[in-house]
Design a protein around this ligand. Structure first.
Ligand code: NAP
Length: 339
């Protein structure tokens, strides 16, 4: 298709103004094993803020169209693609597990009207799952699913404290932990966020801008005891890092687990090893998701058990504003862009 379409591009790293809307973006050419996807919805993640501003130690080839999470309809299939056809509704697994790479980072992502996608990255959408719901899933809910279950081994009855609970991964962790029968304590930075977290099922909430969340845990569940298993919570979900790291260690009961998949507020926090050995804590890292996680999540939506929290849906022209809301912590759940 030799026409120009609209896209949001990062041409150089920097502030919000560095996400630029262009009208003359070419429709990508497709080759063997590719499909051309008509993008119907793309969700933004904090990752896109890092893509725009630049990450220490990571060099990206620019310009790039951000947007890791993409759903849409197949417009054309390339040679050799037999299992998908034009018109099929699909979700893209942002990870290219065969040739390597990540949508919206090493290859143009979802903030454009048409995207080139490898056919092996496609997952079929159940009819009753919307494009917006699907696009909300991979990076945030996929990572939450892997962190909680594959790596965290959480189970019914666990007391789980989720920091940054209002974000993409955070709301995913709250909903999925509740589905598993855990007791969820959600921490957030405003009354509006805490109200929404209660509405989606959090059992308890903490405003960690007003109270030391570790002390709040002591008040509610008792101070962790190093000789027994009394006090504290079983699990802390912490992708914030920075100043929240040591208080997270303090909030855990003996044998408790700290689950991490990121460090929005700082990757080299102060550490206090005494808590780790004295309370026999387990620090468990998680990175990305497996294909089965995406299939599980789509099935949960299709069965009516999960409904991703979507804050707002923006047209492509307002992608910069959508990313600003994420960067300035003004989002509850996911922000979707519909090119
Ligand atoms: N390893 C992986 O595979 C993977 C996958 C997904 C995400 N991540 C990482 O996980 C983190 C969360 O991602 P996300 O997309 O869920 O982000 P998000 O939607 O922006 O949510 C992050 C939440 O963290 C809280 N927060 C605390 N301190 C913050 C700060 N200094 N700046 C911004 N937010 C802050 C905010 O809630 P309050 O205002 O209520 O505190 C915010 O809602 C990011 O660091 C991301 O890179 C990693």
């Amino acid at each position: 298709m030799e026409i120009d379409v609209k896209a949001a591009l990062v041409k150089a790293h920097g502030g919000p103004e560095n996400l630029v809307i262009v009208e003359d973006h070419p429709v990508p050419a497709i080759g063997e094993g590719d499909v051309l996807l008509r993008v119907r919805a793309a969700s933004l993640n904090y990752h896109d803020v890092f893509t725009r501003s630049g990450m220490p130690g990571i060099t990206l080839k620019l310009p790039v169209v951000p947007g890791l999470d993409i759903s849409g309809e197949i417009a054309e299939v390339g040679p050799g693609v037999t299992n998908f056809a034009p018109g099929d509704r699909v979700l893209v697994d942002p990870l290219n597990r065969v040739e390597g790479g990540l949508m919206g980072e090493t290859q143009d992502g979802g903030l454009q009207e048409f995207a080139r996608v490898r056919a092996h990255q496609l997952v079929r959408l159940p009819d009753n799952v919307s494009f917006e719901q699907a696009a909300a899933l991979p990076v945030a809910y996929g990572t939450a699913q892997r962190m909680l279950f594959t790596n965290g081994g959480i189970k019914a009855g666990d007391k789980i404290l989720v920091l940054g609970a209002s974000g993409g991964v955070g709301t995913g962790a709250v909903l999925l932990a509740k589905l598993a029968g855990a007791t969820v304590i959600a921490a957030g930075s405003s009354e509006a966020k805490l109200a929404k977290l209660t509405e989606i099922g959090a059992d308890q909430v903490i405003d960690y801008t007003k109270a030391d969340f570790a002390k709040e845990v002591f008040t509610r569940f008792g101070k962790p005891n190093r000789r027994s298993y009394d006090g504290g919570v079983d699990v802390v979900v912490n992708f914030t890092g920075g100043d929240t790291w040591v208080p997270s260690l303090r909030a855990l009961k003996r044998g408790g687990k700290l689950l991490t998949c990121g460090a929005t507020a700082g990757f080299d926090p102060k550490e206090d090893l005494r808590f780790i050995w004295t309370f026999e804590l387990k620090i468990l890292g998680s990175n990305s998701w497996a294909r089965e996680d995406l299939e599980t999540l789509l099935r949960l939506i299709s069965e009516g058990k999960l409904n991703p929290v979507i804050d707002r849906v923006f047209p492509l022209d307002e992608a910069r504003e959508a990313l600003r809301l994420i960067e300035e912590r003004q989002v509850i759940g996911k922000v979707i862009v519909t090119p």
